[in-house]
Design a protein around this ligand. Structure first.
Ligand code: NAD
Length: 368
């Protein structure tokens, strides 16, 4: 069988710096675990604009459609701020998401014990937290028509339309149920069925997909506003949360901040299964290109490494290796090693991006 294929698009700013640390782990998996990837690298964002006059060349897009998974660093930077909207670095990212039709955005909120004091909530509420928010990413109020600012009589009116078809709801519900099967087997679906027709349909369709295809998964429904309260009050009650584009945008940011630093947050965006059964997939840290620290060896590579761990789990069926990698990160943090973004008010000496990657490799070695 061919090796699993991975396209790395490191991008701009700290993207290439954190990706160097992921490459070390990929090499380690090949050398020590016999897990060899067919890795290719290409340009996205500002660096692609510099080379090709576009933030994503057609050949790169075509390659992204062929591989088993894409791993992206970050795009953007002040150098590109004045560019026309059509060629801004972010357009490269949006093109990937759109043409790969990545409709399920996965945002884990996972609290490493060593970092529990970083949360704005009490340690006992967040310690050991491990939840996954599945946000519908390609439909809903950000895309629905009609939209625009119109004139009505003697004043203007701003209009956006929340619109969901049954199939758009059903496919993201399936993504959530599939994930739950690999986790604690519980899904909570969030909408506003009390005040929105699209919410009523959302609830009906999620329930139908559950009853017909995933009856063994525990399903509950919650209004999204109550869900926001519960996320801050008792977040550990949840396993997988599935919700629409707008509510998911808010709830995933809320849940992310339960766990602390931007330098720790991974994400995945998944689409329909390909011929080999794997979903179309792109993995990326939540953070941007951090121009304020780029080139200084200060970036925390863990968000990008955890994104790769998600690829191991969700694209490559290597859950045990993903667990090993997450445990290695946990060990390094428990040993007190921190990049600058993880220094608490008590201070200390931060380690560099490369030293953090090396420490994680050391913990991986020790795990064998
Ligand atoms: P940002 O995420 O790049 O940075 C916000 C703050 O967090 C900065 O102080 C930065 O130093 C810090 N930070 C971020 N990641 C870090 C890491 N791994 N380790 C340590 N510190 C980290 O957001 P921003 O400053 O608003 O945007 C900078 C550029 O990135 C802009 O051009 C923006 O458009 C772009 N951006 C890209 C993405 C993406 O590629 N997905 C996402 C957000 C922003």
């Amino acid at each position: 069988m061919a090796n699993p294929s991975l396209l790395i698009l490191a991008g701009d700013g700290i993207g290439p710096e954190v990706m160097v640390e992921v490459r070390k782990i990929i090499d380690w998996l090949g050398a020590r675990r016999g897990l060899v990837f067919d890795v290719s690298e290409d340009l996205v964002g500002g660096c692609a604009y510099d080379a090709h006059g576009t933030p994503l060349a057609d050949a790169t897009m075509a390659r992204a459609q062929e591989v088993d998974a894409v791993l992206l660093g970050a795009v953007g930077g002040p150098k590109y701020d004045a560019l026309d909207f059509s060629v801004k670095p972010e357009r490269g990212l949006l093109r990937l998401r759109k043409e790969m039709d990545l409709y399920a955005n996965l945002r884990p909120a996972q609290c490493f014990a060593a970092l529990a004091d970083f949360s704005s909530l009490k340690r006992e509420i967040v310690e050991g937290l491990d939840i996954m928010i599945v946000r519908e990413l390609t439909s809903g109020v950000y895309f629905g028509e009609p939209r625009g600012i119109f004139t009505e009589g003697n004043e203007r009116v701003g209009i956006n339309t929340q619109r969901y078809t049954e199939s758009e709801i059903a496919r993201v519900a399936r993504s959530a149920f599939e994930l739950a099967r690999r986790r604690s087997n519980r899904v909570c679906s969030m909408e506003k069925a009390n005040v929105m027709e699209s919410g009523i349909l959302w609830r009906e369709v999620v329930q139908k997909v559950h009853d017909e295809e995933y009856p063994e998964v525990e399903l509950s429904h919650m209004y999204a506003d109550a869900g926001a309260m519960q996320l801050t009050r008792r977040p550990k009650q949840f396993d997988v949360i599935v919700t629409d584009n707008l509510f998911g945008d808010l709830l995933s940011d809320l849940a992310a901040m339960l766990t602390g630093s931007l330098g720790m947050l991974p994400s995945a965006s998944l689409g329909a299964p390909m011929a080999n059964g794997r979903p179309k997939a792109m993995y990326e840290p939540v953070h941007g290109s951090a121009p304020d620290i780029a080139g200084q060896g200060k970036a925390n590579p863990i968000a990008c490494i955890l994104s790769f761990a998600m690829a191991l789990r969700y694209s490559f069926d290597q859950g045990a290796e993903a667990d090993r990698l997450e445990r290695a990160i946990e060990t390094v943090l428990a040993d007190g090693l921190r990049t600058a973004d993880l220094m608490g008010p008590e201070g200390g000496s931060p380690i560099s991006t490369g030293a953090m990657g090396d420490a994680i490799l050391g913990a991986l070695d020790a795990s064998l």
